[in-house]
Design a protein around this ligand. Structure first.
Ligand code: HEC
Ligand code: HEC
Length: 366
């Protein structure tokens, strides 16, 4: 049976058993429930953002999710919030090779950007193991290398909180604070995450105006190579096969040759293969969006590469063969030093820090 706790105000309670207390003042029905749809922006050329029919974003739901995302109350010792590993100023990553949880335990993967996260439609995480944001948000709370809490404890602290019961009422129309559940908390988090849309980079300026003069010469050279534009006189860098469209990701999984995986029998981080059970998926990871890539290093699923210059050096010199190495990387990439610098310059045109001026992307507690 669910353990309920009182909020302290007035009216009294009957104890059924020593550790079980029944709420009599959790009634929220005097607070109006008037949901208003939240309009999620849809930048041109992005994949369409699907919202689950049972969790369409509302103003109050997004606001609740905003608070939950930045609230350390979700972690066992109240020291870590989602935003501890997803910092707005770092494109919602943490700047670390791999993340560290409240106990100091390290995970084995690198944090991922959440700007435009609602457009990932091929499975979340580097290996695609989580089908949607509602399901994903269940996991960090109880992960021993992350927030190391239990959902039962989180539900209890939210029910006993001075302001969350009212916010849950406004977001989901619950009648009593005892109806605050992990299910609703994750729905609110997912709504907030879907609202994190921003596409105001230099590259967007070019896409919107069609004016390539916005780019410097170096950036334009990088653009030509990134997209293998014919007739530019520059070598093909092959990048666009996996990182393309306005969203800068094809939302699919590949082996991009980080390691010599040979016949795939000996793979340390199995990635997608662990999720699908398909042998030739071993060592494949999602080709993430390159939007804001300047802000989200270190790079790759395990943060093995420090800088963008080194990422380009890797594609240029160090692609490793494997049974399932993507065919677009068979021939390798062959750029000289100034061409490699141009490719980096182009990637930096994908930086969009405009959202940092918008309180919606920052902690609501400040
Ligand atoms: C201790 C650091 C840490 C905390 C705390 C944390 N995350 Fe993460 N997050 C990560 C790491 C690391 C990954 C990548 C893990 C993987 O691929 O296995 C990730 C991945 C994600 C993804 C998938 C992104 C993508 O592109 O597929 C989402 C969404 C996400 N986190 C949301 C959240 C939310 C919501 C919370 C709070 C409830 C949270 N995270 C708390 C470290 C953290
Ligand atoms: C065959 C598909 C493919 C091609 C072609 C490709 N990439 Fe990638 N890229 C990936 C995959 C898959 C990952 C994630 C790999 C991992 O972490 O194991 C990735 C990761 C990256 C990352 C790090 C992303 C992050 O969030 O840490 C950068 C930067 C990057 N690629 C840039 C490039 C550039 C520049 C090119 C062209 C020179 C290129 N890619 C070509 C598939 C590809």
């Amino acid at each position: 049976m669910m353990k309920r706790v009182l909020i302290g105000l007035g009216i009294f309670i009957a104890a059924c058993s020593p550790d079980e207390v029944v709420v009599v003042d959790g009634d929220l029905t005097n607070i109006p429930y008037q949901p208003v749809d939240y309009v999620i922006p849809q930048p041109a050329g992005f994949p369409s953002m699907a919202q689950p029919s049972d969790n369409i974003a509302t103003e109050a739901g997004v606001e609740l999710g905003h608070f939950l995302f930045f609230d350390p109350i979700l972690s066992r010792d109240s020291t870590q919030s989602c935003s501890s590993c997803h910092l707005p100023e770092l494109g919602f990553t943490d700047g670390k090779k791999v993340s560290t949880g409240i106990t100091g335990a390290q995970g084995f993967r690198s944090s991922m950007s959440l700007v435009n996260i609602g457009y990932v439609n091929s499975g979340l995480f580097w290996d695609g193991r989580s089908p949607h944001l509602e399901a994903q948000a269940f996991l960090p709370i109880e992960d021993p290398t992350e927030m190391d809490n239990t959902w039962a404890a989180v539900e209890e602290s939210l029910r006993n909180h001075p302001t969350y019961p009212e916010m849950f009422r406004k977001a989901f129309g619950i009648n009593d604070k005892s109806e605050i559940t992990s299910d609703l908390a994750t729905k609110a988090l997912a709504q907030y995450e879907r609202s994190l849309v921003s596409a105001n980079s230099k590259y967007d300026e070019v896409l919107a105006s069609g004016d390539f003069g916005v780019f410097s010469d170096e950036e334009l050279d990088g653009y030509f190579m990134f997209f293998d534009i014919e007739g530019s006189g520059l070598p093909d860098a092959q990048c666009f096969h996996c990182h393309s469209g306005a969203y800068m990701s094809v939302n699919d999984f590949f082996n991009n040759g980080l390691e010599a995986l040979g016949d795939l029998t000996n793979v340390t981080d199995i990635g997608l293969g662990d999720v699908t059970g398909v042998f030739t998926d071993r060592g494949k990871f999602r080709a993430t969006t390159l939007r804001n890539i300047e802000l989200t290093g270190p790079y790759m699923h395990d943060g093995r590469i420090e800088t963008l210059e080194e990422v380009v050096d890797f594609y240029n010199d160090s692609i490793h063969p494997a049974l399932n190495l993507d065919v677009n990387l068979f021939e390798g990439v062959d750029l000289n030093a100034s061409q490699r610098a141009s490719l980096v310059a182009f990637m930096k045109t994908l930086t969009d820090t405009s959202y940092l001026a918008n309180p919606h992307f920052l902690s609501p507690f400040n």
